[in-house]
Design a protein around this ligand. Structure first.
Ligand code: PLP
Ligand code: COI
Length: 336
């Protein structure tokens, strides 16, 4: 199969329309058989529940070309589980988890020419998502839904590639106690748009959100979880209002089982972040992006950027994803 003629290494994180996407519709209490389509646009009622009341959730995952030339996907079963959790919280019908994985695999296969080659630094980003599609005007859930998966080739998430990031402690909140911070609801991102535009205007790459209950603990950023390093220990915030990042859960296992590190998943106070030597953002899009500085209202805290431990975590995780390092059982779904 001939690859698309793209300068893979200059890709950023923006949408490129690819050939095929997967679509399935839910009506009268059941999902249809689903199929691949070349139709990239969606037509629906002006009163669709997603347009009026933001009834939508999504996932983010990547397909890679490995060193030995296979196309693989990283832990898609966990994305399927998390999307099921998001659907339950948002009163949407779960798209069965086995069908979710099959839909992702079909979408990748149908767009194999768009999977960046090994060593290019790029990957094929997959965006499974679901929305309430029928007309709803009183506040209640939709009764008809659409599940889709599209694919788009991407490079690094942060502008300027992999350079140490400058973050700020954000004065806006991302998620309320007992709210929806722990699921991947579109509404969580809508309400972060004001804060991210403001952060960029002030010269920051991202916002670090605090817990909105007490505003004393570190939560996560708008699009990634956070890890800190002190000595041989990885410390990462534990909270009911952050997204359970698959990358972070994988890094915890990598740190323990591959690198012999100690791991602390616990509340991390804003007042202690100066005690750490390294810091990184982790997520599907972010991979592990090294943090250089966190600014807390004029007070600057500096980290080693690509320090030795963040570098080791990055090399091991990406080595597993690209097939250079043996993966734990079940982490790699071989597509072709
Ligand atoms: N936190 C937020 C708010 C995110 O949007 C993401 C991206 O998916 C993550 C964390 C990282 O999660 P994952 O590693 O599963 O991609
Ligand atoms: C991802 O990492 O897949 C996300 O969904 C984060 C988003 C900010 C792009």
């Amino acid at each position: 199969m001939e690859k698309k003629n793209i300068d893979w290494s200059s890709l950023g994180f923006s949408y490129v329309q690819t050939d095929m996407r997967y679509v399935s519709n839910y009506k009268n209490g059941a999902w249809d058989d689903g199929c691949l389509t070349d139709q990239a646009s969606v037509t629906m009622s002006e009163c669709a529940c997603v347009l009026q009341y933001a009834q939508t959730c999504f996932e983010g995952m990547k397909a890679y070309t490995t060193q030995d030339g296979h196309i693989v996907c990283f832990r898609p079963d966990l994305n399927a589980q998390r999307m099921a959790d998001s659907c339950r919280r948002l009163k949407m019908p779960v798209f069965p988890e086995d069908r979710f994985v099959k839909a992702v695999v079909e979408t990748v296969r149908a767009n194999a020419a768009w999977v960046p080659p090994y060593g290019s630094g790029a990957s094929l980003y997959l965006r499974p998502f679901m929305f309430g599609s029928d007309a709803i005007i009183g506040v209640k859930p939709a009764t008809e839904f659409q599940f889709r998966v599209f694919a788009t080739p991407v490079g690094p998430y942060f502008k300027g590639g992999i350079k140490p990031l400058k973050l700020r402690i954000c004065d806006y909140d991302r998620a309320a106690p007992r709210g929806t911070g722990h699921v991947k609801a579109g509404l969580n991102y809508a309400m972060s748009l004001y804060a991210i535009v403001d952060a960029h205007e002030q010269g920051y790459d991202e916002n670090v959100y605090l817990d909105s209950g007490s505003r004393t603990f570190i939560e996560e950023t708008g699009g990634a979880n956070i890890v800190f390093i002190k000595g041989n220990t990885l410390v990462t915030p534990k909270s009911d209002t952050i997204l359970p990042s698959i990358t972070r859960r994988s890094l915890v296992q990598v740190a323990k089982d591959y690198l012999g590190m100690e791991v602390e998943e616990r509340e991390v106070a804003l007042s202690e972040i100066g005690d750490f030597t390294e810091c990184g953002l982790c997520g599907t899009a972010a991979v592990i992006s090294p943090v250089g500085t966190i600014v807390d209202h004029g007070k600057e805290i500096h980290y080693a950027g690509f320090g030795p431990t963040i570098q080791k975590l990055y090399d091991t995780l990406t080595g597993i994803q690209m097939g250079r390092i043996p993966a734990p059982e079940g982490w790699i779904e071989v597509i072709e």
